[in-house]
Write a protein that binds this ligand. Structure first.
Ligand code: 13P
Length: 281
């Protein structure tokens, strides 16, 4: 069933778990995510980025992801992730997405506030919720590369939250999108300060390859939405590669595709259990 973002995140906060937010780039990944959530009785956030939507075709992805959200036996928040293009964000709102993320985090504070307010005003009229980011989680974001602008500043985040009235706030506490090189060191004290000062549910981006114990500590300190993209892309590729290793002359898309689904499903189940969202649907 299609679900509301903030309601699911507030339940997670109360229940001391996080709702897994998974990106998908093709039908196999989407099926693996939904099957994992259903098998584990977990709420889930199904996320589409701009470049994934362009790859799958905007109208196709709107149609099949909405169908998946409505048909699922568990709560599914259908979320437009890392929106840079305001006109595309508005199309996702019009198409019936549950929530959208505007990412103007590299822009100056006042501009980020202004653009977020514009999206919030548009989304509210249609009952759609909004996530925005303050500070900047760098790395390979969708199809863009950027370096980190640094950690989220607590006072700036409080002010941003007050001025924009968003439903979820993405913060930069040391993660980075995509494949990681070097050590991941999350700023737990900063997270605790943010949590103490901000009522809006907090979101962690760039969470692939972060040790699960660190993600669990972040959940204990108040993170309620954890974004995972790269780990599922890798699982899908591994599944398909493994199938071709066994069947070098194979060609049936339903068979190698199914192996991709199974690997994505197994990886998503690992995350769901680590985030303690199993049996919370
Ligand atoms: P990863 O690809 O690093 O998991 O990041 C995903 C993400 O944050 C999407 O918004």
């Amino acid at each position: 069933m299609k679900a509301k973002l903030k309601e699911e995140l507030l339940k997670a906060k109360q229940g001391k778990y996080a709702v897994p937010a998974f990106n998908f780039d093709n039908l196999e990944m989407m099926k693996g995510i939904i099957e994992a959530a259903e098998a584990e009785k977990s709420p889930v956030i199904l996320m589409v980025t701009e470049s994934a939507a362009k790859y799958m075709g905007l109208d196709y992805v709107f149609a099949f992801s909405l169908t998946a959200a409505i048909k699922a036996t568990v709560p599914v928040v259908l979320h437009w992730d890392h929106g840079f293009d305001i006109s595309l964000i508005k199309r996702a709102i019009d198409a019936g997405f549950s929530s959208v993320m505007l990412d103007s985090s590299l822009k100056p504070f006042a501009e980020n506030v202004k653009e977020t307010q514009e999206i919030v005003a548009y989304a509210r009229q249609k009952g759609v919720e909004v996530e925005s980011e303050i500070g900047h989680v760098g790395g390979k974001e969708d199809d863009r590369n950027s370096s980190s602008k640094g950690y989220t500043d607590v006072q700036e985040a409080v002010e941003f939250d007050k001025q924009t009235q968003i439903d979820a706030l993405a913060v930069a506490i040391g993660t980075s999108h995509g494949l990681f090189s070097g050590e991941i060191k999350l700023q737990f004290e900063l997270l605790a300060e943010l949590e103490k000062n901000i009522k809006t549910p907090l979101v962690l981006h760039g969470s692939s390859q972060v040790p699960l114990e660190d993600l669990q500590k972040a959940i204990d300190l108040g993170i309620t939405k954890i974004n995972i993209g790269t780990d599922l892309k890798m699982a899908c590729a591994e599944g398909i590669k493994a199938w071709f290793k066994e069947n070098p002359n194979g060609f049936d898309a339903r068979k190698y595709g199914r192996n991709g689904v199974d690997f994505v499903k197994a990886e998503a189940i690992k995350k769901i259990r680590a985030f303690r969202s199993n049996n919370k649907a």
